[in-house]
Design a protein around this ligand. Structure first.
Ligand code: SAH
Length: 383
């Protein structure tokens, strides 16, 4: 496996030197470098890792996504050349479940993974040997509709924060003081970067944006409009404007200080779906809505699927039932996690974003050869 070795100089040492020579780093720079180092060095998922994700908890997650995409494809007229594109595929578990479900509908898309971690690429190839890899969307083929999925990808992209100080708006930076990284307000005035109606917000107000997530959705929406297709973006986040920092760090299933030992904990931020939806629509893509994960999975028949699976594999029944419950229970992942659906304007409307679901969703995919789930870890990222 090609996770980078621990012999490299620590990111803390590199940052400390950089700050000593050129001054504080922007939080965006800090978070981007920290996560690049973090994902290059380890498999963060699962009980032995730092956090656990929906596809690692229950196969029903990927199966419902596969069914949803198959339904879209059927109603779009079953185009022959299609691309399954996944952003940040982790261990490849989600893609494997989606592709197995699609095969039931005789769908055999080309598979494209956008992934930057060499170690995770190895794991993804073991799960999906035919996958082709990309560093970003720009090299994904331009011809043929795209069926795009991203689960817990957008939250990993670095955010920029502006803070209102008594002297005006400043970018939040990271300094190195007495051997510790600390957030500070930068020196350069940033008032021009704040929307006019927000400029008089109280001192201490923080406005967070994700330039990386915005750029991804801008490009993705443009691609859907140009070549057809649809996308599901699933993440924890919010769908109406809010202020404040949402940056958090997780190590070994517990929250930790984002400014301690950068590169050794997972840094993430809540996804601002309201803004991303506006970006997609400004490019001419359709947005079906932003719905809670629990409602979406339930509307697609996920509970029925989980129950059938549990009954046909009684030895794993409890794990299968509690795993699915974890995905849909509003007190667990069901409400905090949202599903945003996008599509080309000439593609059909997506199911389970408001209106009742009909027809094709009742078809059940074949089971995994071994339906046992990895034991669910004690926490998801937002604890
Ligand atoms: N989707 C998976 C994994 C989520 S973890 C799951 O649900 O289990 C985040 C994933 O995004 C990892 O695969 C990580 O390596 C990848 N990633 C993070 N930042 C990235 C970036 N800037 N470009 C490409 N991939 C990135």
């Amino acid at each position: 496996m090609s996770f980078s070795s621990g012999e490299a100089e620590s990111l803390s040492a590199i940052f400390a030197r950089l700050i000593a020579s050129t001054g504080p780093l922007s939080l965006q720079h800090y978070m981007g470098e920290a996560n690049a180092r973090y994902y290059a060095a380890r498999d963060p998922l699962g009980v032995a890792g730092d956090f656990i994700t929906a596809p690692e908890i229950s196969q029903v997650f990927g199966e419902m996504i596969g069914l949803w995409l198959a339904d879209m494809w059927v109603r779009a007229g079953q185009p022959a050349l299609i691309h399954y594109v996944e952003l940040g595929p982790g261990r490849g578990t989600l893609a494997r479940d989606v592709l197995r479900t699609m095969a039931r509908f005789d769908m055999a898309p080309e598979v494209h993974f956008v992934e930057t971690s060499l170690g995770l690429k190895d794991l993804q190839l073991q799960a999906v040997p035919q996958a082709k890899f990309h560093n970003d969307l720009s090299t994904v083929p331009m011809a043929g509709p795209l069926l795009v999925v991203a689960n817990e990808f957008l939250d990993a992209l670095p955010v920029r924060q502006l803070v209102r100080t008594p002297a005006g708006w400043r970018e939040r930076m990271v300094d190195y003081i007495d051997g510790a990284f600390v957030p500070i307000a930068g020196e350069r005035p940033m008032d021009a970067a704040v929307p006019e109606d927000r400029r008089e917000a109280p001192v201490g107000t923080i406005i967070e944006t994700s330039p990386g997530a915005t750029a991804v959705i801008y490009e993705l929406a443009g691609r859907l409009v140009a070549q057809g297709g649809t996308a599901l973006l699933i993440d924890y986040g919010y769908d109406s404007p809010r202020d404040g920092s949402t940056v958090q760090a997780v190590r070994r299933h517990a929250k930790t200080d984002p400014f301690f030992a950068p590169g050794t904990a997972d840094l993430s931020a809540l996804v601002d779906f309201a803004t991303l939806r506006a970006v997609a629509e400004s490019r001419g893509a359709k947005c079906f809505g932003v719905t809670e994960q629990g409602e979406w999975l339930t509307a697609l028949g996920g509970a029925v699927r989980a129950e059938l699976l549990a009954r046909s594999h009684p030895e794993h029944g409890t794990t299968i039932r509690t795993g699915f419950a974890r995905l849909v229970d509003p007190a667990q992942m069901g409400a905090l996690f949202k599903v945003m659906g996008l599509a080309s304007p000439v593609w059909p409307a997506g199911e389970a974003f408001g209106a009742p679901v009909a027809g094709v969703m009742t078809a059940l995919p074949p089971e995994r050869d071994d339906p046992s789930q990895p034991p669910a870890g004690p926490s998801i990222r937002p604890v």
